[in-house]
Write a protein that binds this ligand. Sequence first.
Ligand SMILES: [Zn+2]
Length: 115
Amino acid sequence: MSRRRVDPVKKMAELLKLGAVMLAETCPVEGCNLPLFKLPSGEIICPVHGKIHVVKTDEEAREVRKKVVLTDILDRLENKVLNILSDMINEPHPEPGELSEWLDVLEKVRRIKKT
Ligand SMILES: [Zn+2]
């Protein structure tokens, strides 16, 4: 491997030394989950991925994170609905109850995402 991996702990220590503040929010990059840091300049960065989004406030960071989480939930819900549908096709006596419950949830999440 030619790319050097960043040691997150070392990088976090460096960030703290620079006067960065550790936030309650974590990195939105999938599989990262490291805490985000707010630099004195107001930039929000991940110790591994660097600048994540151009967010100026904690509020904005929360909004971005919410969107990422909602997109992930929507993906999984859509998969769930598709799985139920393909199960139903194979069932001799399908029960549409479960499907309509999941479709309900899907619709609600879509509405939240739009707001
Ligand atoms: Zn990250």
